[in-house]
Design a protein around this ligand. Structure first.
Ligand SMILES: C[S@@+](CC[C@H](N)C(=O)[O-])C[C@H]1O[C@@H](n2cnc3c(N)ncnc32)[C@H](O)[C@@H]1O
Length: 239
């Protein structure tokens, strides 16, 4: 999905800037092909040595930067850098899985998102209660859920609430979740689809059962096949 968005933008723009918040081992990051890639993680599992940096600098057309920072610190300290390289075309948000942090990451990304840009958010559609437990890490989640029969070592946190909150409060954003790979949120400035308002506005009161009973409405959940239509729409913007 990430690469598909980059490839559409690439048809029109020579240099596409890809950002990833929460990179860990670089499993996703290193596979992405974009002219400029920016990695943000306070705790890279891969050691970003000078050798690794030099390797990626030397790959033709590749220009990678690694910021060993939290996303908040990155946006606070590196604003000039983001502007200097020409903003964000595509960003994949997969950092701290607490909904209030995800809301911040989305709102900060929007400040630098280029016209036609795309924000993708991982883990928006947890499929069980233990997968949605609030925690800082998957290790902490595993301890919290203990021997819950539905725990299968897949953890998404309460990222889904960020989607509910923004769908409820931001009438200037088009937000969809594709029902694939734990739910991939797609966020762009635009007119909301199937708008809804969560009247309470209090995310802490929302439970996993609420999500389970209202997935389609809360998340504007769409089948994986609809991603192809999204790509077509995106292409039209770049014609
Ligand atoms: C699920 S992993 C990322 C996986 C990666 N995107 C992939 O697909 O291969 C989450 C990562 O988020 C990082 N993280 C935790 N808190 C963060 C924060 N405040 N800002 C940015 N990254 C954070 C963790 O260090 C961890 O490496």
């Amino acid at each position: 999905m990430i690469q598909a968005c980059i490839d559409v933008i690439k048809k029109k723009k020579k240099k596409v800037n890809y950002f990833e918040i929460g990179v860990q081992t670089g499993f996703c990051f290193f596979k992405i092909k974009a002219e400029r890639k920016v990695a943000i993680d306070p705790n890279f599992i891969i050691k970003i040595t000078k050798k690794v940096k030099a390797y990626y600098r030397n790959l033709s057309n590749f220009n990678n930067r690694f910021f060993e920072l939290t996303s908040d610190d990155f946006f606070e300290q590196k604003s000039d850098y983001i502007k200097k390289i020409g903003g964000i075309d595509v960003i994949f948000i997969d950092g701290l899985h607490l909904y209030e942090q995800v809301v911040k990451d989305i709102e900060n990304s929007l400040k630098y998102l280029n016209k036609g840009g795309v924000i993708l958010v991982h883990d928006c559609n947890p499929l069980s209660e233990p997968a949605a437990v609030r925690a800082y890490t998957s290790e902490e989640a595993a301890v919290l859920v203990g021997s819950h029969p539905q725990w299968i070592n897949q953890w998404n946190g309460d990222v889904w609430k960020a989607i509910v909150k923004l769908r409820s409060e931001r009438k200037d954003l088009n937000i969809t979740v594709i029902n694939s790979d734990h739910g991939v949120g797609i966020i762009r400035p635009g007119v909301p689809e199937k708008a809804f308002s969560f009247e309470e506005g209090d995310m802490d009161k929302l439970t996993y059962a609420d999500l389970d009973n209202n997935r389609e409405t809360y998340l504007n959940l769409k089948s994986p096949e609809t991603f192809a239509s999204f790509v077509k729409e995106l292409e039209k913007e770049f014609k």
